[in-house]
Design a protein around this ligand. Structure first.
Ligand code: A2P
Length: 275
């Protein structure tokens, strides 16, 4: 399905190589609706964990078709990781889901985003609230040493429809907690990481939307926490438009204010991008 010429540096290019081309290194399919992949990192690309870039493929007319994707790997990684939904009639993901190692994708090396440590004031506890592929920027941030340097506790919540949709995050958290290099980088700070997965449409140990679990206080009872306060708690939110709006309202009710790179405060929000 991929109509792009693989990068072959051994030959002189006969056709113009793709602008901003990166090579696919590996692809993993998690469910029939979710996959992740790793690509080469441009040597000049600098980004902050939590940011996103535009990636895509060439259309049949030779023009690039690009979408915003959070970088799921941390800033120190040699490769770039992305986590994506597969939409069967989606202009980009209907094709992107078929990429194979060795294929090329387009990656515009201009990272941006609000889910960065710089946009938050110092605090004691950091919440990452995500639904679906909205976990991607937090996949980066839970592998970022600064996360554990800046906070006493880090809580990652992930709400998905079904148990299989949680698997990418579940394996990642397991990997973070057991990875020797990460343990060293964070001086064991990964022990501060608490994972709180929930499902809404399939039986699992914890069911319900995170918004309802916050409103009822169930999250706090489960985690042995008094509640969320503007003095101690900071939050980053990434999910569907509905999730983002509902969590904003809840966080504001606790007295937290929305921050930005130029004006740090107690929480930041970004919508999960669907390719
Ligand atoms: P639900 O099954 O109750 O809609 P999606 O696959 O549609 O992006 O949803 C991913 C997860 O996010 C689902 O578990 C869904 O729950 C949940 N979700 C959707 N909207 C909201 C919202 N406004 N607040 C909290 N969770 C939400």
């Amino acid at each position: 399905m991929n109509d792009m010429t693989p990068l072959d540096t051994s030959k002189k290019p006969q056709v113009k190589t793709l602008p901003d081309a990166q090579t696919v290194l590996s692809v993993k399919h998690w469910t029939d609706r979710l996959f992740s992949f790793r690509v080469t990192r441009p040597q000049t690309l600098r980004f902050r964990s939590g940011e996103f870039v535009m990636i895509g493929l060439l259309k049949d007319d030779g023009k690039p078709l690009l979408r915003a994707y959070s970088i799921a790997s941390p800033a120190w990684d040699d490769e770039l990781e992305f986590y994506s939904i597969k939409v069967q009639d989606g202009p980009l993901t209907s094709r992107l889901q078929h990429i194979q190692p060795g294929d090329q994708i387009i990656l515009r090396p201009k990272p941006v985003g609000t889910l960065v440590h710089d946009a938050l004031l110092p605090g004691k506890r950091l919440w990452f609230f995500s639904t679906g592929t909205g976990i991607a920027p937090f996949a980066s941030l839970i592998r970022e040493p600064q996360t554990y340097e800046d906070y006493d506790q880090v809580i990652l919540t992930h709400t998905c429809r079904e148990v299989a949709d949680l698997e990418y995050g579940r394996q990642l958290v397991e990997e973070v907690k057991s990875d020797e290099m990460l343990r060293e980088l964070t001086e064991g700070g990964v022990d501060k990481l608490v994972y709180y997965p929930t499902t809404t449409r399939e039986e699992s140990p914890k069911m319900g939307r995170i918004t309802d679990l916050l409103k009822s206080g169930e999250v706090f009872r489960d985690l042995g926490i008094d509640g969320i306060s503007a003095e101690t708690d900071r939050a980053m939110v990434c999910g569907s438009m509905g999730l983002n709006m509902d969590i904003k309202e809840i966080l504001e009710s606790y007295g937290l204010r929305e921050g930005a790179n130029s004006d740090p405060a107690e929480y930041v929000v970004e919508k999960a991008f669907v390719g």
